[in-house]
Design a protein around this ligand. Structure first.
Ligand SMILES: O=c1[nH]cnc2c1ncn2[C@H]1C[C@H](O)[C@@H](CO)O1
Ligand SMILES: [Zn+2]
Length: 329
């Protein structure tokens, strides 16, 4: 029954969702040296370890997939395959995020990187009943100038496949102040704003992301439980939380599914959505996360419908696409 449900994924990283077989295949075709060409070994390297201790440890496995995402062909291919995999489990709409600057190591321009990922997405849209948008992520360890360079380069793709910006990677207290200028510029250009915040114990970061960066959505946000002001502003302003349950367990944002605040948030009227974060790194898909929702969070089909509709309303897409998405539920 779960596989038949229509699904929406608003928080999925491209580089965390590359098929392990594709890593080996691209490495072979492009003469890239990778640690092994044994599929089981590659899976071991690219799937977060079962005893993963923190977000920072979780983030270490992204280096390998990014090493084979440095050409136009490989970027187009991994984007296509991600949308293809999602379409096959009835995901109707997916916003894919990635950090273009990480893919310029072999000389691609930022525009070439973004353009290639959009082509892959469009290839899949033509073949399958899925639609999407791309979110450009600036890495928090990059400079402010780099973030500005990225948002400048990406703006010509707005409404042509790119919809929003995000801040990714390790989360320190008070990062919003530092990124105020580039995010304000992005907003001025017409990008929508979602920000990873409140993932690693600092609920105040969510308050800052909403107040300083004007985030409309928050990636994760689970730690609003520790900051009343953050909790209240999320609830009052109807800020959507992009929750990724399995990722939260792996990065130790929560100790287990049973202690995840998802259903408490939902019951209290907070706009929660269900997402994957990283399909390969977390070794999951939307079907798996729906199973978590029904079996670990004890939610009903009616609850699922409401959560799906939260995703529709919070999606960075046009009204016609939202209407199309509503027709499935
Ligand atoms: O859950 C996450 N929190 C913060 N950053 C993340 C998470 N998952 C992936 N990333 C980073 C690693 C990727 O290289 C980058 C862009 O997709 O985003
Ligand atoms: Zn994420």
């Amino acid at each position: 029954m779960i596989d038949k449900l229509p699904k929406i994924d608003l928080h999925c990283h491209l580089d965390g969702s590359v098929r392990p077989e594709t890593i080996i295949d691209i490495a072979r075709k492009e003469n890239i040296i990778i640690p092994s060409d044994d599929i089981e070994e590659i899976k071991r390297l690219v799937i977060a370890p079962p005893d993963c201790e923190s977000l920072d440890e979780y983030l270490k496995v992204f280096e390998l997939p990014c090493s084979v995402m440095q050409t136009k062909e490989s970027l187009r291919r991994v984007a296509f395959e991600l949308y293809e995999d999602a379409a096959k489990e009835n995901v109707k709409y997916m916003e894919v995020r990635f950090a273009p600057l990480v893919h310029t190591a072999k000389g691609l321009t930022i525009e070439e990187v973004i353009g290639s990922v959009i082509l892959g997405m469009k290839d899949a849209e033509k073949l399958y009943g899925i639609r999407g948008n791309i979110i450009l992520g600036a890495m928090r360890f990059h400079s402010i100038d780099k973030a500005i360079e990225l948002f400048e380069a990406g703006k010509k793709f707005l409404s042509k496949g790119v919809a929003a910006v995000d801040l990714c990677a390790s989360e320190l207290a008070g990062f919003s102040q530092e990124f105020k200028e580039p995010i304000a510029l992005a907003k001025q250009y017409g990008y929508r704003i979602t920000i990873h915040a409140g993932e690693t114990g600092i609920g105040k970061n969510v308050l800052d992301a909403v107040e300083i960066l004007e985030a409309e959505r928050i990636g994760h946000g689970v730690y609003i439980t520790d900051c009343k002001e953050a909790y209240d502003i999320v609830k009052k302003k109807g800020i959507t939380l992009e929750i990724c349950p399995t990722s939260n367990v792996q990065t130790k944002a929560v100790s287990s599914y049973k202690t995840h605040p998802f259903s408490d948030f939902y019951k209290d009227g907070i706009k929660v959505t269900l997402n994957t974060d990283n399909r390969t790194v977390s070794n999951i898909d939307m079907t798996h996360e729906c199973g978590v929702l029904f079996n670990e969070f004890n939610m009903s089909e009616e609850d699922y419908k409401n959560i799906y509709l939260n995703s529709v309303e919070a999606s960075f897409t046009d009204e016609a696409t939202k209407q199309w998405l509503r027709s499935f539920i």
